[in-house]
Design a protein around this ligand. Structure first.
Ligand code: SF4
Length: 380
């Protein structure tokens, strides 16, 4: 069979922690699609994929894996997928490179796309998980996104069934625990519903990642956002708390709210103050915190609760106690990708370049925050 015939469908996003996962698309886009801050699926219609379509994708992916194995053998690598084989696939058959990349990284993890896979009937999901394991016996971790509202439509027994069939982890966009923030942002869920959904996932024995969106309260609700989000997270005690930072894309519904004066975004330093309040209020849980996104200012906010809480707070407080110019230099360095933590400001070579940029902005009368706003949009 000609390799060109190998065809499968994949959606636009996955969590950063799924960078090495095979992306298997079960639904297209998001069934809710109303959150003001979310640009991902706007103007795209939601649809469920049939079991036949998903099966056909799995078969095509398995065929691609076979083809890649043949290429490896022909190149003298005995069927193993190493960097040389992956490069060969990239050069000759780029449409199946994703499979080679996945195999290169172990071929063990799978992420079910798109925004809310649990909307599919449980029996269909069980069937997909079975087929997935049949086609790729090396798979040992399967994860997916799910909305809290959708999780509330699944009983603990149904979730247990999914776990038994091979689902390991659910990623939930909690964003905020404040009902006022959730309502304003049109998230379509309340803090209490987030709690109930999260607890159900945990009760079923599935691993749970909750995503918190820093900055979502804006200048009016930042304190409530920080405190209520911590309260809701404390009630859930998820396995992972993953932080993201709000960015507002021009033309998005939230940008319209900003233009009309209904939402006033926080600056970087204010977001870190909000983050401090959120972290301070986390209590009685043993979650692991990650700040694993390029848009987060402080990526060192990471560790196991409760034992690492002091160290985590020290990262945030250390930043806030820096003189204003140091904070500005760090922001410039972090956003341009040359610094990872405020300690990196000690590197003279990096510092010299940042000082130059800082002076140039001063001469041009552009504030660091204005400059960074433009830079941040490039990462979205
Ligand atoms: S539910 Fe998730 S994917 Fe859907 S619009 Fe909201 S944030 Fe975006």
């Amino acid at each position: 069979m000609a390799v060109r015939e190998i065809d499968f469908e994949q959606g636009p996003i996955r969590p950063p922690s799924e960078a090495y996962s095979l992306l298997l698309r079960l639904t297209r886009n998001c069934p809710w699609n109303r959150c003001l801050f979310c640009p991902v699926y706007k103007k795209r219609k939601f649809s469920r994929r049939s079991l036949e379509e998903i099966k056909a994708d799995l078969e095509a992916m398995a065929l691609a894996a076979e083809k890649i194995g043949d290429m490896s053998r022909q190149s003298g690598f005995g069927g193993r997928v190493n960097r040389e084989v992956a490069a060969l696939v990239h050069a000759k058959h780029p449409h199946i490179f994703q499979i080679a990349f996945w195999l290169l990284h172990g071929g063990e993890r799978v992420f079910l796309q798109d925004g809310d896979s649990l909307l599919l009937p449980t029996d269909q999901l069980v069937e997909v998980l079975k087929l997935l394991k049949e086609k790729f016996p090396t798979v040992n971790r399967v994860t997916t996104y799910a909305r809290s509202r959708t999780l509330l439509r699944r009983s603990v027994q149904e979730l247990e069934k999914l776990k038994k069939a091979g689902l390991n982890r659910i990623h939930v966009g909690l964003e905020s625990g404040s009902d006022r923030v959730l309502e304003f942002m049109k998230k379509g869920v309340t803090g209490d519903q987030h709690v109930e959904a999260g607890r159900r996932v945990k009760e079923a024995g599935l691993s749970l990642s909750e995503y918190v969106l820093l900055g979502l309260g804006g200048t009016d609700l930042w304190e409530e956002h920080a405190r209520d989000t911590a309260r809701v997270i404390n009630e859930i005690n998820p396995d992972f708390i993953r932080m993201r930072t709000l960015t507002i894309r021009p033309g998005s519904p939230l940008a319209d709210e900003v233009r009309e004066g209904n939402f006033k975004p926080l600056g970087d330093d204010e977001i870190v103050r909000e983050e401090e309040l959120f972290l301070e209020n986390l209590a009685g849980i043993d979650s692991y915190i990650y700040s694993d996104h390029i848009l987060n200012l402080l990526e060192d906010v990471q560790g196991q609760l409760p034992e690492d809480k002091e160290a985590i707070m020290a990262v945030v407080q250390g930043y806030l106690s820096l003189p204003e110019k140091e904070r500005d230099l760090f922001k410039l360095g972090r956003r341009s990708g040359c610094l990872r933590s405020p300690q990196d400001l000690q590197k003279q070579s990096e510092r010299d370049g940042l000082e130059q940029l800082y002076r140039r902005l001063q001469v041009q009368g552009i504030s660091v925050d204005q400059y960074l706003e433009q830079q941040l949009l490039q990462f979205i």
